[in-house]
Write a protein that binds this ligand. Structure first.
Ligand code: ZN
Length: 211
């Protein structure tokens, strides 16, 4: 009977849920997006900004600057990437995944889920919280779009570029990122929770204060 009780108890435990919290566009004061080109996500690529993020308090200014540069200088409809991850593992909503991203390199990003880690990983190491934030986001992406971890690659797998930087690319190439994503998927369902409004405002204030 003891064995039965143990079995029953174990079988009725709910699966753990991984929640990926995403700071919505309004939280970082995104400019409105132009009309995008629809596509269907079929793979994931990992990018870096190639701009050093030495102090995480600067990340929100960085994201606004990237969007301004992409829209005003390059003439793109929005920030090139779908999600941005900072050094603390906070995730920011950027371009809608309904629309194709953009690139100044020679490949077609149609079908790509573009995840960008802020930093220059040719020069900087990847902070563990940022690596884990990326892995959690990609676990959600794999789950949401019916992909496998084998569909995760680095930008330099598609075009001549240093992106996502040697120190981050090593984790893609070695399979370490795929293993971390798989580890999150193995725990149970992965859900995304968009954090908006006053709650997002408090989070952004804390990030900019160095919390
Ligand atoms: Zn890239």
């Amino acid at each position: 009977m003891v064995a039965d009780e143990t079995t029953t108890s174990s079988a009725t435990s709910p699966a753990a849920l991984t929640v990926v919290e995403v700071l919505c566009r309004e939280s970082w004061a995104a400019a409105p997006a132009g009309a995008g080109t629809p596509h269907t996500i079929d793979q994931i690529t990992v990018h870096h900004s190639a701009t050093r993020l030495d102090d995480n308090r600067d990340v929100v200014d960085h994201i606004r600057r990237y969007q301004r540069d992409h829209q005003q200088s390059r003439g793109w409809v929005d920030l090139a990437y779908h999600y941005v991850i900072d050094a603390r593992g906070n995730v920011y909503e950027a371009r809608s995944t309904d629309f194709v991203g953009d690139t100044s390199t020679n490949y077609d990003p149609t079908g790509h889920f573009l995840a960008m880690c802020d930093g220059n990983f040719e020069e900087q190491d990847v902070p563990e919280p940022q690596f884990d934030g990326l892995a959690r986001l990609l676990a959600w992406g794999v789950h949401q779009y019916g992909l496998t971890v084998e569909s995760i690659s680095g930008h330099r797998d598609h075009a001549p570029t240093a992106c996502p930087g040697q120190n981050l690319y090593e984790q893609v190439e070695s399979g370490e990122l795929a293993r971390r994503v798989q580890a999150h998927l193995a725990v149970g369902p992965v859900e995304r929770r968009l954090v908006c409004g006053a709650e997002a405002g408090r989070r952004i204030d804390a990030i900019q204060a160095g919390a």
